[in-house]
Write a protein that binds this ligand. Structure first.
Ligand code: ADP
Length: 507
């Protein structure tokens, strides 16, 4: 018992260690992949920031060049300035009353109607938003806004000349920005996709992408401040191989855990089985010793009576001698059982074949049991078919089988008062049936009773002694003949044991 609980403790410890190890490996692998993910996201964020700074500094540089170069006294020069800076679409110079100075407006727009429309838009709506005045900073300010559904980017500064303020406003060429600068900076050759979207998330530049893959979004700050740069990691082989590695990791962990659990379960089952076999063996030894002792003491008691002539009559002497004879038969049967069983256990073939008559074997076994049956007050009906052919058999072994089956009926089913022994032949078999009208056998035990040392639960509680090897031996002998044994029983209604052997040898 102590050994078993130690084993349970050991199994528990190994199992918890294995589960702990599996959990640890799982978390480590998860942590690593999380860390990897964070590193990738950080890199993507850094890249996005770098790209934004690159694009914006180009615009700022161009703007600053314009702001620095505009001179109210030499206003005509703005024309060449605008031509020079490709990102600039329009330059407007306004006085302190926010009126566009004569010759203070140049634009790349070519159609007159377009120029007029833009000037009107600027004077009626944009100017209000720029809030030009004495407080306007001398450093660059910017406005990124939709007018009539179209995005516009303005930047401006306040300048001073001859004691009064004037303002320089630049309109950035957004189609140029998107069409040329973005494609210059945001090349799709890299392992990432770049996409620019507006505040509503609508696509401005770049490939149209779903939301799949790792994405990082970063806003522009100093120029197109309503737009966002999105970086999407392309589905690279690296992420596929990572997923594959993870699957391999997890299946390895799972398999290792499974093997450990199966190994431990098998060990436990083996130990339990061994323990049960040991219990059965010791039960067997005590049963067999008892079975040996009982007939021996009967033989010695009646033998002594006969020897000292303590019998009242010659009938009584005959009766005692008969008792001695029957008990010695019982004793020798038990010894045969035990010896044959021992041979079986050692793997020695206990069966020797010769051509013979199964019917004669059955008749002899019934004859040998006659006295015991009469004493048990059991009526016997023997029904052996006439048309039996000779078969390959071991007469001694089969006699032992029939004796065992009859013995069992006497031991367990004498209450039924009847026994029927039948033998008939079918095409390929000779079938022996031994039927009693005793307590029968519980359905769940109908296969176990053929196991060595097994004794039915109900019988273990009764004073009927047994060794549990009889039916195991019968089954072995039947199988050695190439046949089998089975039982047909309904509890309370008796039992029929059927043993068949083939007519065409055991081959
Ligand atoms: P033993 O009789 O020595 O216990 P066996 O192997 O011959 O061993 O039988 C195994 C068990 O099968 C018996 O212990 C008994 O419980 C059950 N059994 C065998 N024959 C009968 C029967 N005719 N009726 C009821 N139970 C039986």
């Amino acid at each position: 018992m102590r050994r078993l609980s130690l084993l349970y403790i050991l199994v528990g410890t190994v199992l918890s260690a294995a589960v702990g190890l599996a959990i640890y490996s799982y978390t480590v692998s998860n942590k690593l992949s999380n860390r990897e993910r964070l590193v990738i996201l950080d890199t993507m964020r850094e890249l996005a920031a770098e790209k934004i700074v690159g694009i914006e500094s180009e615009i700022l540089k161009a703007d600053q060049a314009v702001f620095d170069a505009v001179d109210i006294d030499n206003i005509l020069e703005i024309d060449s300035l605008a031509r020079h800076q490709r990102s600039v679409k329009s330059i407007l110079v306004l006085d302190d009353k926010q009126k566009i100075l004569p010759s203070g407006f140049v634009t790349r727009r070519e159609k007159k109607a377009e120029i007029k429309r833009f000037q009107k838009l600027f004077e009626t709506r944009v100017l209000k938003d720029l809030k030009l005045g004495p407080r306007t900073p001398t450093e660059r300010s910017n406005l990124h806004k939709n007018y009539d559904g179209k995005p516009h980017l303005f930047s401006w500064v306040r300048k001073r000349a001859k004691g009064s303020d004037y303002f320089v406003v630049i309109e950035t060429d957004l189609p140029f920005l998107v069409g040329t600068m973005f494609s210059q900076f945001l090349s799709s050759q890299s392992p990432r996709f770049y996409q620019v979207v507006n505040e509503e998330g609508d696509h401005v530049y770049g490939p149209l992408l779903g939301k799949s893959g790792r994405t990082v979004s970063l806003g522009f700050t100093e120029t197109v401040s309503n737009w966002w740069l999105r970086v999407v990691q392309k589905h690279s082989g690296a992420s596929a191989s990572k997923a594959k590695r993870q699957v391999v990791d997890f299946s390895l962990i799972g398999t290792a855990l499974g093997i450990i659990v199966i190994g431990l379960a098998t060990l436990l089952i083996a130990v339990r089985r061994e323990r049960r076999a040991n219990e059965l063996k010791s039960e067997f030894i005590s049963n067999v010793s008892h079975e040996l002792k009982t007939p021996l003491s009967i033989i010695s008691m009646f033998g002594e009576m006969l020897a000292s002539r303590r019998t009242k009559s010659s009938e009584q002497a005959t009766e005692y001698a008969e008792i001695i004879w029957k008990e010695s038969v019982r004793l020798s049967r038990l010894i045969d059982n035990v010896l044959d069983f021992a041979k079986l256990e050692r793997g020695v073939d206990a069966v020797q074949f010769a051509r013979g008559d199964f019917g004669a074997v059955v008749e002899r076994a019934v004859e040998l049991s006659w006295h015991r049956l009469t004493r048990a007050k059991m009526e016997v009906e023997v029904d052996i078919a006439d048309d039996l052919s000779e078969v390959e058999l071991d007469a001694n072994a089969l006699t032992l089988c029939v004796l065992n089956l009859i013995d069992n009926a006497i031991k367990y089913a004498a209450d039924g008062g009847r026994l029927r022994v039948g033998l008939r032949q079918t095409d390929s078999r000779q079938v022996l049936s031994v039927t009693d009208w005793g307590p029968g056998i519980a359905v769940e035990e109908q296969t176990s009773i053929f196991d060595r040392f097994y004794r039915a639960k109900a019988m273990r509680l009764q004073p009927v002694r047994g060794s549990g090897i009889g039916l195991a031996l019968v089954q072995h002998i039947a199988r050695a003949h190439g046949g089998a044994i089975s039982v047909d029983s309904e509890p309370g209604q008796g039992a029929t044991f059927r043993l068949w052997i083939p007519t065409k040898g055991h081959g």
